[in-house]
Write a protein that binds this ligand. Sequence first.
Ligand SMILES: *Cc1c(COP(=O)(O)O)cnc(C)c1O
Length: 347
Amino acid sequence: MNTKFKLENLIRTNVKTLNPYSSARDEFSGTSSIFLDANENPFDNGINRYPDPQQWALKKRLSEIKGLAKENMILGNGSDEIIDLLLRAFCEPSKDKVIICNPTYGMYQVAAQINDLKICDLKLDSNFQPDVKGILDNNDSKLLFLCSPNNPTGNLIEKKILTELLNRFKGLIVLDEAYIDFAADASMIKELYKYPNLIILQTLSKAWGMAGIRLGIGMASREIIEVLNKIKPPYNVNTLTQEKALELLGDEKRSQDEIKLLLKEKEWMLKELRRLSFVEKVFPSQANFILILVKDANALYQFLIEKGIVIRNRTTISQLQNCLRISIGTIIENQSLFMALKEFDKK
Ligand SMILES: *Cc1c(COP(=O)(O)O)cnc(C)c1O
């Protein structure tokens, strides 16, 4: 039990005292046959009405899939919107500090900079695990970003480290589980009730194959969700996104089958990558991508570009010199990649 954590002390004063915008759909959400309350165009084309600001139908489906009450969820225009909402709800610009454990997902830093926050940049250790001592030495920070499996390194954060931080960090812990559906460890959703300081982020962009519709999921205590609801743009998830997500979330088997295939392809790629002479290290991966260390990342990157294949060059990132990140594609795509890699190997 984390006795140091007090949500009240973390909410920005302007947010606490804010009288939120109340939309037409907030003020009347029952069933009626005539809606003359939102200045919409009355002629039905499928999208002439404002969307449900709380996306209840979609949250109901997600709640079945995730095993968590609808009231413990906030949906956003991608996880990126929820990251921004969190910073705006809890962190005072040019005053408050957030902790980022690098190398990790770049949006944490960019979102923090946009919100003019102080950034405590702590390095992950040689196993890409967070620096617990460094984090607890900065226990006056409002928010700590953790990513597990981490992008771009592909590893999970050890459970022991995670629980220690959840028990001892005084601020909010944002645990980004964008890739959890590919991982051996289970999501922390089941343990949310134990940790009032925990916010879990998931997304439909990766395992569910819906990057194009932009839908991110934030999961936390009702109290945290209420604060975020207060400041979110009223209609942040549009009708087309809500409808398409509901449709595709109906087919859990499709997503499970795709995940299985991607994991099988990943095992094959891990094995094949280790056989290439220019590959110095293949990092273990709990996600749908693989990080490799090569002799000359720029040369390989450029060679593949000329073959029409784009991977992610991470060589300019601290601790990732000469590293490249490769997403797992379809069988055909992966085979094309390896044809090119073998050709590069021969040169
Ligand atoms: C891809 C990714 C996301 C997804 O962001 P969306 O805005 O939901 O598409 C979130 N976090 C990490 C670490 C990612 O790699």
